[in-house]
Design a protein around this ligand. Structure first.
Ligand SMILES: NC(=O)C1=CN([C@@H]2O[C@H](COP(=O)(O)OP(=O)(O)OC[C@H]3O[C@@H](n4cnc5c(N)ncnc54)[C@H](O)[C@@H]3O)[C@@H](O)[C@H]2O)C=CC1
Ligand code: BAL
Length: 497
């Protein structure tokens, strides 16, 4: 269990912290050719630092260095157990610096320090360790060829991989990508979201200290058009792995089509339903899961349960319990470990979320204070935009239904398909819902994303081309190659054209 420090201790770390402020390229921080970018603490409005950003020139340079590193082979062709050792060493260094990284993450993104300490940092370590540990234990396959041939199916690193990241879990999403990508032997270029570059830059520096060779892990801060687009269009980038909005995800498909047909995997938005049927057992348990799923990380979570689809027979008692539980979810100073919700990531996003705060709320609904939005619940009709659009804030939309069939139909009535949950005491209904809801993850009598060993990604417009986490992530960051060996005796030679 991670120990939490006091508010004063976190304040002292924040006051001392030395923030990285330039692209990390070819083993060191180097000033970028783009403009300086202010990085702001969304909880206070204070400018934390100015980060030198990358431009086209730096993208070209970093891609060249990534390719050189890949071709040198000290990482890409190293024995898997050597890569494992370095990744485990990296995890040890992250563990040693966990409070610093947690504070940096909280200052930069507005996330509550308790989540940074208890979820983001431990899960970052767990992810990198899991893939490091995996890499010297997986075997390639032998195909079912006859006696006169041997067919081998091997997986090889793809080459130069660009990972374009969101701001909602800056370090953890970086780990989801670089853990498997590095373990497999790729050279990786990370483009963090412009709102949250700091921990990505620090992690690259720490990874270098752990023994990741120069050029193998580089970080290019900057905005989408200046850094994301040139990476997406680059002729020598072999793959882009993206997490973010569906709209930007689609751009990467166009970039690939307009350049070198690079491999693209997308993990995008969601409008995820929590379906509660009339035979759900233990409404206190259901309420606990729904509140956590809707409001954890201020609802800035692609798999947040932002729609509660509830049978009319249990609606009132469930809502009473949800509203009661929400009183424990305190919003405020992200560096105070007593708070469960911090600030939204920036003023622009806060304004977008505030646009959904209209009408009579069952809980919350007050105007934002600075970038802080209190957790809010509305009961809405299914056509209401709060029931249809990804809000990405602490807003739960409740929709009443009268039957199981109506609930499942409504759960699927969305362009997204990332996550869903169903609460019922009946195994037939649970499994039937799990089969019939079109989403990458369906949880039963709980709400979650699975864990590091299970694939995460979306159906429909929530995802494309691969899965994060588990051995599926290893597949995402490798190419399959067939090697076919003719075992017949050449002296028999009856090869006919
Ligand atoms: N699925 C998820 O985890 C996330 C979903 N979102 C959703 O997206 C909405 C908008 O948030 P944004 O930060 O604007 O997300 P975004 O999808 O625009 O940003 C994600 C990443 O893509 C990059 N990017 C943006 N425009 C680009 C372009 N033209 N070419 C290449 N790269 C580009 C950004 O710099 C960032 O690194 C949120 O309100 C939320 O609904 C946002 C972040 C994460
Ligand atoms: N929930 C983890 C993935 C994401 O929000 O982008």
């Amino acid at each position: 269990m991670t120990e939490l420090l006091t508010r004063e201790e976190y304040g002292a770390i924040a006051a001392e912290i030395d923030l990285p402020a330039a692209p990390f390229v070819d083993g060191k921080f180097r000033k970028g050719s783009g403009p300086m970018m202010e990085t702001v603490n969304p909880a206070t409005g204070e400018v934390l630092t100015k980060v030198s950003t990358a431009g086209q020139k730096d993208v070209d340079f970093a891609v060249g260095k990534a390719r050189e590193a890949f071709d040198r082979g000290e990482w890409s062709r190293a024995h898997p157990s050597e890569r494992k050792d370095v990744l485990i060493r990296l995890c040890k260094l992250i563990t040693r610096r966990r409070h610093e990284l947690a504070v940096m993450e909280s200052l930069d993104s507005g996330k509550p320090i308790r989540d940074c300490e208890m979820i983001d940092i431990p899960e970052t370590i767990h992810t990198i360790k899991w893939h490091g540990e995996l890499i010297d234990k997986i075997y390639d396959q032998v195909g079912p060829s006859g006696d006169d041939a041997l067919s081998m199916i091997v997986r090889e690193p793809i080459g130069v991989v660009a990972c374009v990241l969101p701001w909602n879990f800056p370090l953890l999403m970086m780990a989801w990508k670089i853990g498997p990508a590095l373990a497999a032997g790729n050279s990786v270029i990370v483009k963090p979201a412009e709102q949250t570059s700091l921990t990505a830059l620090r992690l690259a520096e720490v990874a270098h200290m752990a023994g990741i060779p120069r050029g193998v892990l580089q970080v290019l801060p900057g905005d989408g058009p200046s850094v994301g687009e040139p990476l997406g269009l680059h002729m020598d980038v072999d793959m882009v792995s993206f997490t973010g909005s569906t709209e930007t995800g689609k751009r990467f498909l166009r970039y690939a089509a307009d350049s070198n047909m690079k491999k693209v995997t997308l993990e995008c938005g969601g409008k995820n339903p929590a379906v509660v049927l009339e035979d759900a057992e233990n409404l206190d348990h259901v309420a606990e899961h729904v509140v956590n799923a809707a409001f954890w990380n201020m609802g800035e979570n692609c798999s947040a349960a932002s729609r509660l689809i509830v049978h009319k027979a249990v609606k009132e008692p469930l809502l009473e319990r949800i509203v009661a539980r929400m009183r424990d979810w305190k919003t405020g100073d992200p560096l105070d470990p007593a708070n469960h919700l911090g600030a939204l990531v920036d003023a622009e996003h806060c304004k977008k979320v505030a646009g959904y705060l209209k009408g009579k709320a069952l809980a919350g609904g007050g105007k934002p204070k600075g970038n802080f939005v209190e957790p809010t619940v509305y009961e809405v009709k299914k056509a209401d935009k709060r029931a249809r659009e990804e809000i990405f804030g602490p807003v739960l939309s409740v929709i009443e239904v009268a039957s199981e069939a109506e609930a499942i139909e409504l759960a699927n009535d969305t362009d997204y398909g990332l996550a869903a949950s169903v609460f019922t005491g009946n195994i037939r209904r649970a499994l039937s819902a799990a089969k019939n809801i079109r989403a990458g993850t369906v949880t039963v009598n709980c709400y979650g994303e699975g864990d590091i060993a299970t694939p995460f990604g979306g159906f429909k417009q929530s995802g494309f081309g691969g899965r994060d986490n588990g051995i599926h992530a290893h597949d995402q960051f490798t190419e399959a190659k067939t090697i076919w060996v003719d075992l017949s005796d050449p002296k028999d030679g009856d090869l006919v054209g």
